[in-house]
Write a protein that binds this ligand. Sequence first.
Ligand code: ATP
Length: 239
Amino acid sequence: MPNMLEVRNISARYGNVTALHDVSLTVGQGEIIVLLGVNGAGKSTTLKTISGLLHPVRGGITFEGEAIDRMSPESIVRRGIAHVPEGRHVFPGLTVRENLVMGTSNRKVTRAETESDIERILEIFPDLKRLYTQMGWSLSGGQQQMLAIGRGLMARPKLLMLDEPSLGLAPVIIKQVFRTIKSINEAGMTILLVEQNVGLSLKIAHRAYLLETGRMIRTDTADALREDDGFRNALLGVT
Ligand code: ATP
């Protein structure tokens, strides 16, 4: 199967600090790929470089065969990559519905299309249906995460990038979030996930990449990595 996304030997910098060195990864249509690594390894920077918030100083990125590494974030969203950033960023003063509608702002859509997309998203997230008219600020962390993912889906992406969706959530809610990510993938969505929750990520992902201090040091199938105690322990910080 041809790769949907190809990141080839990219380096990225914040001023004088090089955060990514020669990083490569691929995402095939229909896959869940997880990008693992400890704090500061460069996971968020990789997503920011793909979504055009940062341009690589070396290397290239193609999406469906087209070079995107010089494009603006708006052009990249329009081509079908949605980025749900770390920390959710739900609009506190807008309702659930209004937050969802904000997700369409990069596309021209008819009112009827917006309504049918919202319907579809409320089926994926029944909680949001119940909270439809509530303000963003009044939602729990888990509900805000679901809303942030739902807003990402409103852009009708071909590739959904999720940055640490489990961050700061209770274990039972984290499980729910992962179940939802898996079901979105089973319905056909390709997903690039950044996570620190190694166990659950390797349960739902097809393949994984490991970043360490800005370098990609390992990649394998999730099945192989799940069986590799050394790999898991290194990431979990246990010996
Ligand atoms: P985390 O889980 O903490 O977000 P991460 O793996 O996503 O970690 P990045 O946020 O990509 O890591 O950070 C990679 C490196 O780049 C770190 O050394 C970090 O300090 C640095 N960095 C990140 N954002 C900036 C910035 N805006 N300016 C300068 N340096 C930055």
